[in-house]
Ligand binder design. Structure first.
Ligand code: NAD
Length: 453
């Protein structure tokens, strides 16, 4: 089997080498997952729950190791990386509660008994991007396994290390061979095989909208179930009646966290006319104080970008734009980029319309509530967003008016595993997390039993 180098984004140095799986290895892993499926679905609900809880406990015991691995492989700050490993543990614990609660219904009918079952689908293929390697993997595999499916998972080429380790920890926790397999490799080889292989019954894809569309088209060939979590261009709307100090202090975290490589990044900042100048005055020191440094330092708020290619991409947005002000970033090796605030001339600006996926926020002013909602919705994306106001009625009206799957008022709420997450419009299809996600890994079967003599 071929192999490839994994690079540390904070230094540009080679970290390690991992196998590059091809179609043959992918087919073998899918076949093993198909063989493991009947046994796994037959594990008694309480026992499957216990195995998932044990998996969570093993992840917890290796939390620091996983976090340090993510700092090295992805350049995430150590604080974020600990949260991410803890998120995998918590998501496993949460869905470990699902097997004994996966009840069907008993529906009144004449002449018999009608009941429904939530049947697992079979093998589920999960395709993960590089920006949040651990959480996004867990949001797929935890509910899929809880519902009785077996899983094959492809991490992003750039960030395979924590996923590979999680698969080892699953075995250590006692999950049977073939139930959860991680396959590093290329998207257009391994990922594409998940789409075309008849044995894979559902594909969960997180990544770019362009690839997501091709995955959906491919899944249509076999009427394969598909969940898509795609890009975003979320708005952070600041009304004149907001607590401006608080909104300005929170704005950098809402867009520069994970170096802006976050599908939920509030990368369009809409500020009401009457407080526009004052808000930018408050924002400048907050941006300049945002600590961009070695992600292994406890004080780091932001690390490097994931790759040289990503840095060039981000630069292509800022080089021709009006820069209001920028923070700082280390010089030297690694793919560093400072937090940058751009002034949008109008909504046609490329940096206003396209997902930059870097530490860049574009600012535009608005007159009134109607215009704020119209500007927020003037995008094909609809993933996230924030609304800052002290007026409860306005908070509710704007929350209902903005076409996004996840909104927060007077905060940039991060994802909570027990609440649903997903996008509207071209940001995605289906929902992950929350109480209902496990149902997305099942099909409903209706059974009628005659009581006639
Ligand atoms: P990407 O679409 O290039 O890759 C994502 C994954 O898909 C990778 O594992 C890749 O190997 C695989 N892939 C690529 N081509 C494929 C193909 N033809 N068939 C099957 N799999 C294929 O995206 P990326 O650059 O890794 O991630 C950045 C993008 O992901 C951003 O646009 C971001 O907004 C989006 N994202 C969305 C969410 C969300 O929840 N909505 C979360 C994280 C990232």
């Amino acid at each position: 089997m071929d192999s490839y180098d994994v690079i540390a984004p904070a230094t540009g140095a080679v970290l390690t080498t991992v196998p590059m799986n091809g179609v043959e290895e992918t087919d073998a892993a899918i076949a093993a997952a198909e063989r493991a499926f009947p046994g796994w679905r037959a594990v008694a609900p309480g026992d499957r729950a216990r195995l998932l809880r044990r998996f969570a406990a093993v992840v917890d015991a290796h939390l620091e190791e996983l976090a340090q691995l993510e700092v090295r492989n992805s350049g995430h700050t150590i604080g974020n990386a600990r949260w991410e490993a803890g998120n995998v543990r918590d998501v496993l614990d949460y869905y470990a509660g699902a097997p004994e609660r996966l009840s069907g219904r008993q529906i009144p009918v004449a002449g018999g008994l009608d009941v429904t079952f939530h049947e697992p689908l079979g093998v589920v293929g999960i395709i993960v991007p590089w920006n949040f390697p651990m959480p996004i993997a867990g949001w797929g595999f935890a509910p899929a396994l809880a519902a009785g499916n077996t899983v094959v998972l492809k991490p992003a080429e750039l960030t395979p290390l924590t996923a590979v380790r999680l698969a080892e920890l699953a075995l250590e926790a006692g999950l049977p061979e073939g139930v959860f397999t991680v396959l590093p490799g290329r998207g257009d080889v391994v990922g594409q095989r998940f789409v075309t292989h008849p044995g894979v019954r559902k594909v969960c894809f997180t990544g770019s909208t362009a690839v997501g569309k091709s995955i959906m088209a491919g899944c249509a060939e076999r009427v394969k179930r598909v969940t898509l979590e795609l890009g975003g261009k979320s708005a952070n709307i600041v009304f004149a009646d907001a607590d401006l100090e608080k909104a300005a202090a929170a704005a950098p975290g809402g867009v520069f966290d994970n170096a802006g490589q976050d599908c939920c990044a509030r990368s369009r900042l809409l500020v009401q006319d009457s407080v526009y100048d004052k808000f930018l005055e408050l924002l400048e020191p907050a941006v300049k104080a945002f600590r961009v440094e070695d992600p292994a330092l406890e004080t780091a708020q932001m690390g490097p970008l994931i790759s040289a290619a990503q840095r060039s991409r981000v630069e292509s947005y800022t080089s021709a734009a009006d820069v209001a002000f920028a923070g700082s970033a280390p010089d030297g090796d690694g793919w560093w980029f400072p937090p940058t605030v751009l002034l949008a001339r109008d909504t046609a600006d490329r940096h206003w319309r396209e997902e930059v996926f870097g530490p860049v926020v574009s600012v535009l002013r608005f007159r009134d509530e109607a215009e704020a909602v119209a500007l927020a919705n003037d995008t094909e994306y609809g993933l996230s967003g924030s609304i800052w106001t002290r007026d409860v009625g306005r908070a509710l009206r704007v929350s209902r008016g903005v076409d996004s799957g996840n909104l927060s008022v007077n905060s940039h709420s991060s994802v909570r595993y027990w609440t649903p997450f997903g996008g509207m419009k071209q940001s995605g299809l289906g929902r992950e997390l929350g109480p209902d996600a496990v149902l997305g890994f099942t099909d409903v079967k209706n059974v009628f039993i005659s009581t006639e003599e």
